[in-house]
Every structure is written in structure tokens, then in C-alpha cells.
Write a protein that binds this ligand. Structure first.
Ligand code: NAD
Length: 275
């Protein structure tokens, strides 16, 4: 099972099991994972990836029907799964999610705090309501989930938290007008750094993934849709990210192979933030 102490002596690697050792360390068999915002897009892809690697997966979304549909997709693949409806911005809703997971499968090993929203408005026109809603889901919601799941993980001395930040935490994507989004995602990175260092000596690792522009429903909105062609010229890789470009990263961060990594931001953006 999960090893809170972590670290595998290199003799065990080189003198012990030959060949497939690293792939074994990436396996998630017996682990219990949840993914928020998993009813579509990146979260759905994370749920599939964790399940394929062997975890039992709780599919969480504000939209219960979407969560249900994704849980059914997982079941068709032979992955043990359950759907839950929760609003990550509401502490009682998140506590209900944690309690339901613990009631069903006893604990939580892996928490993917992925739900997020984006609103576009010029900074001078951004209302406090837009600001609060964006921060409510992206930053407050990530904190609420980290805290509620973190308490379960700290008690058992083991846990892997993976937050979804964004390339927008590092650069200011142009020409989108998304002050609240960019700022909330920078907050997710600092939250991750702080929790990742505070909890590491009790076996809980916290990291985040920062995708570039990913081909999901979020970017095909009325405001963002027309910008897609323009973005392509900003991406050294010459294409948008597909959700499949992110899947191995979440498995890595959820697995024992990443035990010595905490508080960090794994950036997957086709080189865009370096351009
Ligand atoms: P999406 O809009 O396609 O899916 C988000 C899902 O989250 C939806 O199913 C929605 O119902 C759910 N959700 C929204 N608010 C919620 C809440 N309060 N509680 C629970 N669930 C809620 O988005 P996506 O593109 O898959 O993005 C997922 C994450 O990745 C977000 O945090 C987003 O900011 C981040 N991200 C996306 C991109 C991109 O280009 N798509 C890039 C970088 C980061």
C-alpha cells in the first residue's frame, strides 16, 4: 500500500525487480481518488486516467447528470466509480462529498481539485460579483477541498493532492481580459506551494498542473471561441493542448513515483509561457 515514509533505496531498484519497476510505481491499484469538475473537459480526462491506472474514482461535479455520465463511462471500462454532486465553493457541500467517499470506500488517497470557471471582462468593468464568483470556485473552492480532503489524508499520514491551476498563473494570456481568473490561478499556485511544504512531513504531497490552452468546452464559449485562431500563433507547439496531453501528468503526481515532489507547478503548455 501507500508508503508515507516514501523513498525507495536504489538497491531495491537495481538489484530487485527488473525492468518494470517504474511502471509499477506509477500504478494506483487500491487507491481512492476523487476529481472535481469531472463532468466534462480536463476533469473527465483526469478521472479516466486515474481509473485506468487502477484507482477507484469518484466523479464530482456541480452538474450531477454529467458526473453520472462520466461515472458510467468508467464503469464500462471496468473501473470502480461513483458519481457525486457537489459545489466546491460551499464548505458543507464539500464536507458532504468527503463524508460520502469515506462512507463508501473508507478513505481518500488522491484528491484532484480541478473545478474552475472563467469570466471575461475588461478590468475596469469587472464587477465584484464576477470577482467573487471566480475566486469562490477557483481559489476558495480549491482551499475548501484541500482542507476537507487534507484532514482525512493527514490523519492517515498519506495523501496526494493535485490542483488544477493554469498557465495564466504565470503569464498574462493575450488578448483575453480575465483579471479575476489570472489572479485566482496565481493564488492556486501559492496555495499549492504553502500546503505542499506544510504537509509534506505528514505524508501529504500537494502539487498543481498548469495547462496551456486546452481544447475543451470552456474555451469554445461565445467570448473565447473567436480567439482560438489567434492563440495558435502564440503556441510554439503549433496546436492547442488536448486533454490527453495532461493525463500522464495527473497519474504521475497521484503516484508513488512523485513522492519527492511537493508544492510544485507542472506546466504543460506546448512552450507557450516561454515564447
Ligand atoms: P469545463 O468548463 O469544460 O469543465 C469544468 C467542469 O467543472 C464543468 O463540468 C462544471 O460543471 C464543473 N464546475 C464548475 N463549477 C463548479 C463548482 N462550483 N463545483 C463543482 N464543479 C463545478 O472546464 P475545463 O476546461 O475542463 O477546465 C477544468 C480546469 O482546468 C479549470 O480549473 C480551468 O480553469 C482549468 N484550465 C482550463 C484550461 C483550458 O484551456 N480549458 C486551461 C488552463 C486551466
Amino acid at each position: 500500500g501507500p508508503n508515507a515514509e516514501g523513498g525507495v533505496h536504489c538497491d531495491e531498484v537495481f538489484l530487485g525487480v527488473q525492468g518494470k519497476f517504474i511502471l509499477d510505481r506509477l500504478r494506483l491499484d487500491g487507491r481512492v481518488a476523487y476529481v472535481t469538475g469531472a463532468g466534462q473537459g480536463i476533469g473527465r480526462a483526469f478521472a479516466h486516467a486515474l481509473g485506468e491506472a487502477g484507482a477507484k474514482v469518484v466523479v464530482v461535479d456541480l452538474d450531477g447528470k454529467k458526473a453520472e455520465r462520466v461515472a458510467q463511462e468508467l464503469t464500462l471500462k471496468g473501473i470502480q466509480s461513483m458519481a457525486l454532486t457537489a459545489d466546491v465553493s460551499q464548505p458543507q457541500s464539500v464536507q458532504g462529498m468527503v463524508d460520502a467517499i469515506v462512507a463508501k470506500w473508507g478513505t481518500i488517497h488522491i484528491g484532484c481539485n480541478n473545478a474552475g470557471i472563467n469570466m471575461n471582462s475588461a478590468s475596469e468593468d469587472t464587477t465584484l460579483d464576477e470577482w467573487d464568483q471566480t475566486f469562490g470556485v477557483n481559489l476558495r473552492g480549491t482551499f475548501i477541498c484541500c482542507q476537507a480532503a487534507g484532514r482525512v489524508m493527514l490523519k492517515q499520514g498519506y495523501g496526494k493532492i493535485i490542483n488544477t491551476a493554469s498557465m495564466a498563473s504565470l503569464i498574462v494570456p493575450h488578448p483575453q481580459k480575465q483579471l479575476a481568473y489570472n489572479t485566482s490561478k496565481a493564488g492556486v499556485v501559492k496555495l499549492t506551494q504553502t500546503l505542499g511544504t506544510e504537509w509534506i512531513d505528514r505524508g501529504v504531497r500537494v502539487n498543481c498542473i498548469s495547462p496551456g490552452i486546452v481544447d475543451t468546452p470552456l474555451i469554445h464559449s461565445e467570448e473565447l471561441g473567436p480567439l482560438v485562431q489567434r492563440w495558435l500563433s502564440d503556441i510554439p507547439a503549433g496546436r492547442l493542448a488536448q486533454v490527453t496531453d495532461l493525463q500522464a501528468a495527473v497519474v504521475y503526481l497521484a503516484s508513488d513515483a512523485s513522492d519527492y515532489m511537493t508544492g510544485h507547478n507542472l506546466v504543460i503548455e506546448g512552450g507557450q509561457s516561454l515564447w
